[in-house]
Design a protein around this ligand. Structure first.
Ligand code: DP6
Length: 338
């Protein structure tokens, strides 16, 4: 009896040009393209076991069964799509109809705006496709991961990654690809975990609310599309100054759109704002850093390799007695099968 199971690791990623808005919520098609750095060391290790005795897909995250409908829906969308591909390709393979047990372990705080759904869903898509014996192209896998969670489609790829907005209604051109390998630019990401509790509003709900109620939503999309070129060019030229400007602008505009929704989505804590000021102060003093923040209170300080030690020393003093954790990482490789 063959075993229909496999495991994969997928890393977290941090967006420098943010995905914030869906033009098709069912397919997770974005209103704008986005660019991220795949980060080394931190991510999700996920094992998928197709089991004929199960009546529904089961998710066990960090040792505890998850019953949140939104999370379960995300994993079943990916699994259903894979089951459908498997049953068309190999009509006689019984596991194509079986439900799956998904065992996932994160080595970083879950749901604190550290792209946990990105790494979890990317690892799930890769592991489940292998468990079913499907040899999918990177584009197809990216498309599948995107269906579960938009930002997951980027965690499959190495280094500096762009997810194209795409134009087609079926979403087949809305996939991610690596722009440059991790070795392209030796940057460091200092992740300040201001608050490790799950955030009160998910990105999915936040985007819907911003789209429906922020008077600035349309301007955000136009601005987000416009900053993609400068961010892509700054990365290609390893121009830290240009990247700092464009990435901070993009981040603040995304949050301005979120804050201006009704009810307002204020993901920041006082420490988040204090860190924005600290990053600006460091930069004014010649330390090469910039900040970026996803849909949560945690701040990622990106530094050049030459200035990372100085930035870290400053942050350690700044965070003393605050209870905030500081994680250091750098650009890394995308998801892989274990
Ligand atoms: C602010 O990918 O978590 O981190 O597609 O609804 O699952 P869904 O949203 P998700 O949103 C991430 C939003 C962001 C920006 C980004 O990662 O680009």
């Amino acid at each position: 009896m063959p075993k229909y199971e496999a495991s994969a690791f997928a890393p977290i990623n941090i967006a420098l040009a943010k995905y914030w808005g869906k033009r098709d919520a069912r397919l997770n098609l974005p209103t704008n393209g986005s660019i991220s750095i795949t980060l080394d060391k931190f991510g999700s290790t996920t094992r998928v076991i197709f089991d004929e005795t199960l009546e529904a897909d089961v998710l066990v995250l960090n040792g505890e069964e998850v019953r949140t409908p939104e999370t379960l829906r995300k994993i079943s969308i990916v699994l259903d799509e894979l089951r459908s591909i498997a049953s068309t390709r190999f009509a006689r393979v019984p596991c194509a109809r079986w439900r799956a047990r998904v065992l996932s372990q994160n080595n970083f705080p879950t749901a604190a705006g550290l792209a946990s759904s990105a790494s979890g869903i990317a690892a799930l898509a890769l592991a489940a496709s292998h468990a079913l014996g499907l040899k999918l192209t990177p584009e197809r896998l990216s498309e599948l991961a995107r269906r579960g969670s938009g930002s997951a489609c980027r965690s499959l790829f190495d280094g500096f990654v762009e997810w194209k907005r795409g134009e087609l209604a079926n979403g087949s051109d809305s996939v991610a690809a690596s722009l440059h390998p991790a070795s392209h630019w030796d940057l460091r990401a200092l992740i300040v975990v201001v608050d490790a509790e799950p955030k009160s509003r998910s990105s999915t709900g936040g985007m819907t609310s911003a789209r429906n109620s922020s008077p600035f939503f349309q301007s955000w999309i136009e601005s987000a599309q416009a900053t993609l070129g400068p961010i892509r060019d700054a990365i290609a030229a390893r121009n830290f100054h240009a990247l700092s400007r464009a990435a901070e602008e993009n981040c603040l505009r995304m949050h301005a759109c979120a804050i201006s929704a009704s009810p307002s989505l204020l993901y920041w804590k006082p420490a988040t704002v204090a860190l924005i000021h600290e990053a600006r102060k460091m930069r004014a003093e010649g330390v090469e850093v910039f900040f970026t923040i996803d849909a949560g209170p945690n701040v990622v300080i990106v530094a050049t390799a030459a200035h990372a030690a100085a930035a870290r020393a400053r942050l350690e003093v700044f965070l003393k007695n605050s209870g905030a954790a500081l994680l250091e990482t750098s650009p890394g490789r995308g998801a892989y099968v274990l």
